[in-house]
Structure formats: C-alpha cells, structure tokens
Design a protein around this ligand. Structure first.
Ligand SMILES: [Zn+2]
Length: 397
C-alpha cells in the first residue's frame, strides 16, 4: 500500500503504549503520517466515545499458503498463489492488520503490487522461500516420494554452507526483509520429528553471518528447547512458534535479546478443522504434540523477559481464524500484553519505528473500536464487532 491520505479522527481515546493506557486526543494524520498539526482541507471523523489502537501487525503470515497440502502449494503455478495471496492479504487488512510479515514465501513482484496499491493490502514484508535442509521442515516430500525438490514458492531445500550463502544473498538482492530458516521439525512436513534440531552449526552461522552483514536478521521456525538453543547459539535473532521451550531456554533467549513469535491459533484451528480440510494424518498427529504446550510457552517466555510478538501462521481456508488468534493470545498473556505483542513488540521485531504506535511521525495506521479492548477484547476479535480500519490516513472500505 502507498496510502498517504490526511484525516483527523476526533474525540476518541487513543492507545499510548504498554503501561500507559489510553488518553483522549485528536488523532491527526497528514500525508499518511501522524502529526501534531492538521492540514487545511482535512476530513474529520467524529469518534467521540470510541477507542483507537495502532494498526495490528501479524508477524507470521503466509500469503502463498492457499491450501493445506504443502506439496501442492509449492508446485502449483506461482501466478495462482500470488492472486490468492492478494485475496488473503486484503482479508487481513479488513480485519485490522495493517502490516504483515510473510515468513515463508512472498517475492518482490507481490511486494511491488502492494507498494503500488494494485490491491488493498497490509504493508508487506517478506522473507522469500524459507530455507530448509533436505528432509527438514521445508521439504514437502514424503519418504515414498523420490523426485527432486528445490525452488518452491514458500520453501527451498538448500544444503551446505556455500549454497546457503548464495541463497541468502539472492534473497537479500531481491528485496527480502529478513531470512527465515527451518531449525526443527514441524507439523506440515512428513519425515522430520518435531523436536529434532535441523541444519548444522556451520550452516546456521553462515546464514546468520550473511544476514547480519547486510544489516538484517534471521528468524527460525523452531519448537523444542534443544532446537531453539541450537538456533540462538548460532546467531538466530527471532524464534517462530517455540511451543516446546522450557523456562531455562526462555531465560537464555531473554539474555541474548532473542524474540519469540508465538502462533497459537494455527494449532487450535488445525486441531478443529484440519481433518475436514484434507490435512494428512501424520500432520494431525504432530499437531497434537505441540497444541497444548504452545499455550504455556508464550507465557513462559514473557515471564522470562523475552519480547513476545504475535503471529498466526494460518494455511488454506483456516486464514479466516486470524482474529481467533487475537483471542487466544489474550487468553495466554492478558489483554494489555497481547495488545502490546500485536503492535509495539511486533514493530520492534520487524525493526520498523514507524508502526505499532500512534506517536508523531508514525504511519497513520489505526483501528477504531466501539469499546475499551482492555476491558473486553471482543471489540477487536468478534466477527460482528464494528471496526474502522485506517491505513496511512485512508479509511479502508
Ligand atoms: Zn509458518
């Protein structure tokens, strides 16, 4: 999106950030940015009695994951994935997500379409295809399938230090915001136990070295304490999921300044709807392993002092559960921390100082709510809640 409209939203109570609550003030947006002075011919919305939060951020989104069959997503036409991705992005924006980070997939073409306002979308940051070792979480082949796999739309199988350096450089050359690696087994992949660490220390260090030299970071899909420790000891700065981490691992994450992006809703949704949507029996069994523990992990990390963000990781038709993810995060962390996760904490993880808050100079991205979310968060997540989404000062219809 390149919305740069001007707007005054008058009379509402505006979120001031963690520990500061809400304060009544006019939210003035000039040419897309929050300002302390209104322009001359600015539209005014009377929002007396309403509550305003910064536009929400989903730090674990997959535009291209239009189905629950990983192999199909990887091998179908990219043009179809991109058009479906546009549809998924538009739906996320209407729910109040004004920024998403795509951590497996996306490319510079989709981003260019977003930036040129070809379709309504959250601000879009992408990692390009996630890096996976052979037989790792990004390898969609079962043990019975003997075909080559590489250059998928969402994941790419790359082994060895030199090949990984090349793969990272190519992603950064073509507009990737950060690098995503798979450092443990996962639910959708068929041959890798969830707990087992993936990639050698040498390989991970090469990936993190290339990213750091370019001024960006590496985030890792990782579930268990052993795989998370392996990741962060070798330079990974952010952990996705982390469902099986213990308190000791969380403390080490905090000590090293490593962030966590929990994705609570994906396991909940897969548990309820996976079978009906055609998810295979191996993945359904693996999902059970991480479902219950995930709810505790986010709280464990927060208690240890880890920066805890927010992500959804929804595949296929389950993407309509994004706001249910908001509800689960509130259940896990409480309303104020959850709101912080979806705004400022995620902004810090993404390294963007102009999102996640509504201070002077921030992007004019906001959601106008009917009530106080700290008292009743259903004003954010309920399907029938009256929300007005504003992006760059433009009201999203
Ligand atoms: Zn994911």
């Amino acid at each position: 999106m390149v919305q740069t409209a001007s707007l005054v939203i008058a009379g509402a109570r505006v979120w001031q950030g963690l520990g500061k609550g809400f304060a009544e003030r006019d939210l003035v947006i000039v040419d897309g940015r929050v300002s302390d002075r209104a322009g001359v011919e600015t539209d005014v919305i009377d929002a007396t009695g309403k509550w305003i939060v910064p536009g929400l951020i989903d730090a674990h989104f997959h535009a291209y994951a239009y189905g629950v069959d990983q192999f199909q997503n990887e091998r179908g036409p990219l043009s179809y994935a991109a058009v479906k991705g546009a549809e998924r992005l538009g739906a996320a924006l209407r729910r109040g997500f004004t920024t998403v980070r795509d951590v497996a997939g996306g490319d510079i073409g989709l981003k260019r379409a977003v930036d040129r306002d070809v379709f309504a979308s959250p601000r879009y940051l992408f990692t390009g295809p996630a890096l996976s070792q052979t037989g790792g979480h990004g390898d969609p082949r079962s043990e019975h399938v003997d075909v080559c796999f590489g250059h998928g739309h969402m994941c790419d199988v790359v082994d060895g230090v030199d090949a990984l350096r090349l793969a990272v450089r190519n992603r950064l050359r073509t507009g990737a915001h950060a690098i995503k690696v798979m450092t443990s087994g996962g639910v959708f992949s068929l041959t890798d136990p969830v707990r087992v660490p993936q990639y050698s220390a040498d390989e991970l260090r090469a990936v993190c070295d290339e990213a750091a030299r370019r001024g960006t970071y590496v985030t890792a899909h990782s579930y268990s304490s052993e795989s998370v420790m392996h990741s962060i000891e070798n330079g990974v700065r952010c952990i996705e999921h982390g469902n099986l981490i213990d308190a000791e691992t969380a403390a080490e994450m905090a000590r090293r300044g490593v962030s966590l992006v929990p994705t609570l809703v994906t396991y909940d949704a897969m548990g309820r709807r996976g079978a009906e949507l055609g998810l295979n029996s191996i993945s359904l069994a693996k999902n059970q392993e991480v479902l219950t523990k995930g709810k505790e992990a986010a709280a464990t990390a927060l208690a240890a002092g880890v920066r805890v963000g927010f992500g959804t990781d929804l595949m296929g038709d389950m993407e309509d559960e994004q706001l249910h993810g908001v509800r689960l995060q509130v259940d896990s962390l409480g309303a104020e921390q959850a709101l912080h996760s979806m705004t400022m904490a995620n902004a810090e993880i993404l390294g963007d100082t102009a999102i996640g808050h509504l201070g002077i100079g921030a992007h004019g991205d906001a959601v106008i709510l009917d009530g106080n979310p700290l008292e009743d968060f259903s004003v954010v997540w309920a399907e029938d809640a009256q929300r007005t989404v504003v992006q760059g000062g433009a009201v999203i219809g």
